[in-house]
Write a protein that binds this ligand. Structure first.
Ligand SMILES: Cc1cc2nc3c(=O)[nH]c(=O)nc-3n(C[C@H](O)[C@H](O)[C@H](O)COP(=O)(O)OP(=O)(O)OC[C@H]3O[C@@H](n4cnc5c(N)ncnc54)[C@H](O)[C@@H]3O)c2cc1C
Length: 465
């Protein structure tokens, strides 16, 4: 232990020398925000917190850590849900929070260049101000960073129209494990000059290198947007609705979010929202289209006559639209009645979603009849979120319950050839389940890449692999 402390002290002294004393914090100086991410694990204080302001600073930190074999955990906005940025004992936390700011919006190329620690909301605002739309959007937009979005290949509400983060990135600057800076701040849509190494770092969750700057491709802003809440009989009807909306509105279909009946009941009974329709329906779809109110209303009317849609509410104002979004966002208020719960972020091929939800319901009813189990999510992207846990603040959920529920849910995922992580990543919490969605050969290839790029395993050790 003494050797460990001496070696940590030496690393800290060298980091202070390289960055300046004010940019390297230790002990009680380290703010709470750097001790835990949104995964809700118990907070843990890193050995030191490095706050680089430039790419050269990041490079200096990694050079020192590489030479000394010092493990580093990279931190963005700390909104991650897989404990990737949650520090482990003895790690140096490297936070990108001071390496922030939009550097440029290029209106001719249609690109935006930002430093990794820039909050997503600031990136969106800069794009908007220049008359463009940023294709990445998620509930954590105010706190998450563009570097974290790239590292996790974040998804969100707009994936259906603009793709995952990967599809929006044109160029990257990355600092490798030994401190080498590698840069391709590419602004062109077409660039087939050898391997596109930038794609390798997107979604690598900080295990292969640290993202310091990002070039995003921007999109034209959609025109008038209509929001509707649509009731359907079942998943097959929802898929028929999706198909028809894609045909009718083409690239104008922006959002398609599913909420099963238990989810809507929780929004009404636990969060206090009003019943959206007079009757309960198996599945509600929150959708947004870039079209006039008249055209949207005509299309939904026709779909009702054909029996694909059972009932529908069309927002008449911005306030109305927020009222409809409140159902989807009610999940962010579950802390009002639950202190412990299990959240899942899985993918199931679209054709199997109905059967998988039935399997999840059977498992829940048989084994945990007292718990609340809700399913919702970005169903057009095959992505289901599940929240499961007690219905009252004082009702316990034991570690054994959590482990068994996890096993049950991931067994359903395996049975339906799904993915144990649709958009939140593997981090530390889902590492054990990676083999449900990736073959031994794929895992071996991932290890080969990790060893080649980070031979001393200093970058986010114990995450993903
Ligand atoms: C309310 C809420 C809603 C959410 N909704 C969504 C959603 O719809 N879709 C979705 O995909 N996610 C969602 N998330 C999860 C989370 O916001 C995303 O994973 C986000 O991309 C994380 O960004 P961050 O800056 O907070 O990263 P952090 O949490 O700080 O880090 C996440 C991972 O990325 C690594 N990392 C961070 N920055 C860098 C960098 N510059 N270089 C290399 N590695 C880095 C970390 O080491 C860690 O492994 C949500 C979270 C919350 C709390």
């Amino acid at each position: 232990l003494t050797d460990k402390v001496i070696s940590e002290d030496r690393v800290v002294a060298r980091l202070k020398e390289a960055l300046g004393a004010g940019a390297v914090l230790t002990g009680a100086e380290i703010p709470e925000r750097n001790c835990a991410d949104e995964t809700r694990l118990s907070p843990s204080r890193p050995a030191a917190l490095a706050l680089p302001r430039t790419t050269d600073d990041v490079s200096a930190v990694l050079r020192i850590c590489h030479e000394t074999g010092q493990p580093v955990v990279t931190q963005g906005g700390m909104t991650g849900l897989a404990a990737g940025a949650h520090p482990l004992d003895g790690e140096v936390a490297l936070s990108l929070e001071k390496l922030a700011g939009v550097e440029e919006v290029d209106p001719i190329a249609g690109t935006l260049t930002a430093r990794a620690g820039t909050p997503l909301a600031a990136v969106q605002a800069a794009a908007e101000e220049a008359g463009f739309l940023c294709g990445i959007d998620l509930g954590a937009r105010g706190s998450c960073t563009i570097g974290g979005n790239v590292a996790t290949n974040a998804g969100g509400h707009q994936v259906l129209r603009y793709g995952m983060t990967r599809k929006n990135v044109l160029g990257l600057e990355v600092v490798q494990a030994d401190g080498t800076v590698v840069s391709s701040m590419n602004k062109m849509l077409k660039n087939n000059t050898g391997y596109d190494w930038t794609q390798l770092f997107i979604g690598s969750e900080g295990t292969l290198g640290i993202v310091t700057r990002v070039v995003l491709g921007l999109h034209p802003k959609p025109g008038h947007v209509e929001t509707a809440l649509v009731a359907v009989r079942d998943v097959s009807a929802a898929m028929a609705l999706l198909n028809r909306l894609e045909t009718e509105f083409g690239g104008g279909l922006l959002v398609f979010e599913g909420m099963w009946r238990e989810f809507v009941a929780a929004a009404v009974e636990r969060i206090g929202l009003s019943m959206p329709f007079t009757e309960e329906h198996e599945l509600l779809v929150l959708t947004e289209v870039s079209a006039s109110a008249e055209r949207t209303s005509d299309v939904l009317g026709a779909l009702m006559e054909e029996g694909i849609v059972v009932d529908a509410l069309l927002a008449r104002s911005g306030t109305d639209s927020q009222r409809l979004w409140a159902y989807r966002e009610s999940v962010y208020d579950y802390g009002r009645f639950q202190t412990t719960f299990q959240g899942f972020d899985i993918s199931i091929p679209r054709g199997s979603i109905g059967a998988a939800v039935d399997d999840l319901r059977i498992m829940a009813r048989e084994r945990w009849p007292d718990f609340l189990h809700v399913v919702f999510g970005h169903i057009a992207d095959s992505n289901l979120h599940i929240m499961t846990g007690p219905t009252h603040l004082d009702q316990p959920m034991t570690a054994a319950d959590k482990a068994l529920i996890e096993e049950g849910v991931y067994e359903v995922v395996r049975r339906h050839a799904g993915s144990v992580s649709a958009e939140h990543g593997i981090g530390r919490t889902k590492r054990r389940w990676l083999g449900h969605s990736r073959s031994p050969e794929e895992l071996a290839l991932m290890r080969t890449l990790k060893t080649a790029l980070d031979p001393k395993n200093i970058l986010n050790p114990g995450r993903v692999l």
